[in-house]
Design a protein around this ligand. Sequence first.
Ligand SMILES: [Zn+2]
Length: 428
Amino acid sequence: MKKPSRVIVLLVDGVSSLTLEQLLDNGVLPNMAALRKRGSYHGNVVASFPTVSGPAHVPLLMGVMPSTIDLIGHNQFLRTEGRLENYLLHYRLFDRKLKGRRSLYSEYDNSVSVGEPVRVGAHAYRKNIFSLADWAKVRGPANGYVMRTIEHEYRAGRDCIVGWLHETDGLAHRSSRQRNVRDSLASLDRWLGRFVPGLDEGTTLIVTSDHGMEWTTQKPLLVPKIMKAAGYQKDQYVYYTDGGAFCQIYLKKDGSYAQRQSEQDLELLPSALVQYPEIDLILYRRQTNDGDIGVILSSRGRATVKKIHNTYYYRVEQGRDPLGYLTGPSSGMFSTELHQDQCLLATADSDYPDGHYQVFELLMAPSSGDLIFTGARGVSFNILTSHAVHGGLHRSQSVTFILSNKQLTTDESCLRTRDLPRLLGVLD
Ligand SMILES: [Zn+2]
């Protein structure tokens, strides 16, 4: 598509295409269903890993995978300083990290970010004064502010408007009332019914999301408990959880965290963690003579992934394929080699779309943990985010959508969230 003269991106947080499609098909969202029919809809859009707000907004607005620019979570542990930076509480950290890079905003002359954490290159920023409402389990004010402000900015002539509609994520984390998410989307739909007919011909509207999320089915599994059982004292490691289903662990060595731990340093930790049915994937680096490779361990089996130029070599080395890409007899070795662009297409319909590519890039990010693990379906590692979770690599958390009032010209059967700028004719 040729770059539209005006663009509006509504980033509806934490809505998988599965959730959206159910509501579209059941008549709950008539205005969005009309957009799907008249405009375009892609329902197989894979988010960046970890599937957490903030970092997962970067591909949508900047066209790059966050892990490839060492942006690896809401929280980021600074190894040499031994402290955590929190990107969701302090959006200016995104500005610092992303400074000088092009974004959707920077492609326009008069762009505005409405409450959006990733706003590098925007000409104006409107802080969402109600941003904590949904975290206090109140539906309405935070999203309402964004919708009103978008209308105002559109009338004021802005050519690029990005608004963050956060409550679908916040309410799901904090409340077991699944109706909240439906009601939130229904009120967005009613607003779209009033707003869209007034848009001028040259305006492209995008409704999209940064990741999916899923409801929990059991009590949280708390990280200090499992680390203690694995023989680690509290002063021997740092951990953080993001989205409830994603965890990074940093281990102390010789009194500091500055040094990355090798597979040998991890000792028995991976084999202790893999015993927990609540843990899905355990990820860490292995040093080899040809450079570092990624290890993917699950109770199903163990695989490795390495990268030579832009080709990813995935090999099952023990048991069955942890990501389920390679079907066939459960014993023996399998391998596959795929160029970066082929990784998504080859794995799009699996439970872990784009998985081995994204795992490798995350593990190789300079700031990534010594060990990373994700939750099994329906498991949270955090009491605060215990009703619904995201952060993991499973398709329930990673597959989202792009809905538009215009025909976004692509015949691709699957996309990455980082493809959005390209579909809008920018940053390519
Ligand atoms: Zn999010």
